[in-house]
Design a protein around this ligand. Structure first.
Ligand code: HEC
Length: 138
């Protein structure tokens, strides 16, 4: 093991490089087809439509998902993504509610812009579902 202290300059060079890589990732994320609404729609049909209905219009047991933006004033992307990510990690518990979705909210991670200067790594599938939900708001 190398026990030599890292010179300060090396550290700032590394930080600058990390920042560059992160911003490049952010740019990639913006046009990642695996994280867009079309990919989200396929997942939605397979995993969510049984409860939330065709096109998110509500149905058997799940609420209508097309009125979230109307209810909140704008689509609360950050809250929705965090919630979906939470379902994926088994963090969201209710008595009724959503089944455990952790089997599908896995896979490749990507950096997602949550607005107001915040960003996080989340599975592409979560981001895709969020993009789809955003696209079906009335
Ligand atoms: C077994 C039925 C069921 C399935 C399958 C299901 N949900 Fe739900 N979902 C619910 C119920 C019931 C609620 C309302 C209770 C709650 O908020 O957890 C809900 C709430 C939600 C909400 C919050 C809605 C709001 O008005 O804020 C979102 C977003 C959501 N579901 C997305 C999804 C997505 C995306 C999938 C597929 C990955 C999915 N659900 C699969 C039953 C389901």
């Amino acid at each position: 093991m190398n026990t030599k202290a890292t010179p300060r300059t090396n550290l700032s060079v590394r930080l600058a490089r990390t920042a560059l890589v992160l911003s490049a990732l952010g740019a990639l994320a913006a046009c990642n087809p695996f994280a867009g609404p079309a990919a989200g729609a396929r997942q939605y049909d397979a995993n969510c439509a049984a409860c939330h209905g065709d096109g998110g219009r509500g149905g058997a047991g799940g609420p209508d998902l097309t009125g979230i933006a109307a209810r909140e004033g704008e689509f609360p992307r950050r809250a929705v993504l965090n919630r979906l990510d939470g379902y994926g990690r088994g963090l969201v518990q209710h008595d009724v509610a959503m089944p455990d979705m952790s089997h599908m909210m896995t896979g490749r991670l990507m950096l997602v812009d949550l607005g107001r200067g915040a960003s996080r790594m989340m599975p592409e599938r979560v981001v895709a579902l969020g993009a789809y939900l955003e696209s079906i708001q009335r």
